[in-house]
Ligand binder design. Structure first.
Ligand code: FAD
Length: 385
């Protein structure tokens, strides 16, 4: 079976790998390159800590386990010169100021009930985990299973492995589709048609537009986020540390600017500071307000950051689904068309589990969990035809 995967971000690379490993003939098509868009304009957190009970938490728990094993495979048997994922199971620390401590404790209790390791820590224990944290932080929860990868390298590593197993990667823009008897039989590019028995739309924040090009329907929108990067320094942040407000910002559908503090160090010695969320289309305007706000909040969490030099900032567009769940599975209108998109701020973390669900949807491989909550045919996710 020949499958065209549109998009070489983390989700497309993971789908290509899962489909290739399941025995399909796969061609990955991207108009720019590998990890050229959102998957290189993000952080690489693989989180269970920000997920409350529900379908996304089940997917995140599965993905967390899958990443641990996948990173070992990708890093362990790579060819000389091939990228490593920089996988680090460093754990997360979520902290609360004042009254939000009770909210965080209650949230952690609901997570423990579904099997997430969420360990309440005292102010003294917090200082042991993160000695440079502000004295104003009074309570926290430690999530030993949070991890991270370098998202661009991890995407390249997944695609490199898929290609070693027989997949093909080509730079090509998808501009339409060929259908026969209601079924998709190929995708159109400016250089001609590429035939396929099935097409998987992994076009990230452009997945809605690509779905329409292919005759399908999917309501995916861009949700902008900015990141600050410090100059390299000796390590002073040891976990992924964020304030409890982050969970509220992730779950909010508000179009206005939402910011919360997310701080983490990288193997290169830089510290990444996020995060903001805004529904402003694909706009590159007005970046200063979110950057200023996250810088101010980060110094409240880690006062030493006030005296730190910044190396750069960047921004990306999260693929946002209005009901905050990724769309994974068959289109419903067009036979042979599948979607894997809308992972918003969790597409790196959720990528390998998404690949397994797509292998199930396209090839009938065993489903790693109940696919029903993620089906693109669910109410509220079908934009007007
Ligand atoms: C600031 C920020 C921080 C984030 N932090 C995290 C984090 O810590 N952890 C996490 O898990 N996630 C995080 N995310 C979210 C994560 O980056 C995304 O969910 C993920 O990258 C989406 O991957 P994707 O493959 O779906 O999309 P993309 O990486 O955008 O890939 C889509 C690809 O489709 C291609 N494409 C589009 N249209 C066409 C066409 N017509 N023809 C051919 N190709 C096409 C594009 O060129 C692109 O390469 C963050 C995002 C942002 C913005």
């Amino acid at each position: 079976m020949r499958i065209a995967v549109i998009g070489a971000g983390a989700v497309g690379a993971a789908c290509a790998l899962a489909l290739t490993e399941a025995g399909a003939e796969v061609i990955v098509l991207d108009r720019v390159g590998v990890a050229a868009e959102t998957s290189s304009r993000c952080e690489g957190n693989i989180l269970v800590s920000d997920k409350g009970p529900g379908a996304e938490a089940e997917l995140a728990i599965l993905a967390n386990r899958t990443w641990r094993e996948l990173a070992r495979r990708l890093d362990g048997d790579r060819m000389p010169g091939q990228p490593a994922t920089e996988y680090e199971a460093k754990g997360g620390v979520v902290v609360a100021f004042g009254a939000s401590a009770g909210v965080l404790a209650d949230f952690a209790a609901t997570q423990r009930a579904i099997g997430i390791r969420a360990v309440p820590v005292s102010a003294a224990e917090l200082r042991e985990l993160e000695p440079h944290l502000s004295d104003a932080v009074e309570a926290g929860v430690h999530y030993p299973d949070d991890a991270q990868v370098q998202p661009s390298l991890a995407t390249q590593a997944m695609l490199a492995r898929a290609c070693r197993l027989g997949a093909e990667f080509r730079i090509a823009e998808i501009i339409g589709a060929r259908h026969a008897h209601g079924r998709i039989i190929g995708v159109e590019t400016p250089d001609g048609v590429i035939g396929a028995d099935a097409v998987v739309n992994c076009a990230g924040p452009w997945a809605g537009a690509v779905a329409a090009l292919l005759g399908g329907r999917l309501d995916i929108r861009p949700r902008r986020g900015v990141i600050l990067v410090t100059t390299p320094m000796p390590q002073r942040v040891f976990h992924k540390v964020y304030d409890a407000d982050y969970v509220g910002a992730v779950g909010s559908g508000d179009a206005a600017l939402q910011t919360s503090t997310v701080v983490e160090s990288t193997p290169a010695g830089t510290v990444l500071i996020g995060s903001s969320r805004e529904l402003v289309g694909f706009s590159a305007e007005q970046l200063l307000p979110p950057l200023t706000e996250i810088a101010a909040k980060a110094t409240k969490l880690f006062p030493f950051l006030a005296d730190t030099m910044l190396l750069r900032s960047y921004f990306g567009f999260r693929p946002f689904a209005p009901d905050h769940l990724p769309a994974i599975g068959a289109d419903g209108d067009v036979d042979g068309l599948f979607h894997a998109a809308g992972h918003e701020g969790a597409g790196i973390g959720l990528a390998p589990a998404t690949g397994e669900l797509i292998a199930h949807a396209v090839l009938g491989s065993p489903a790693p969990l109940d696919p029903a909550p993620f089906l693109p045919t669910r109410a509220g996710l079908r934009s007007a035809a």
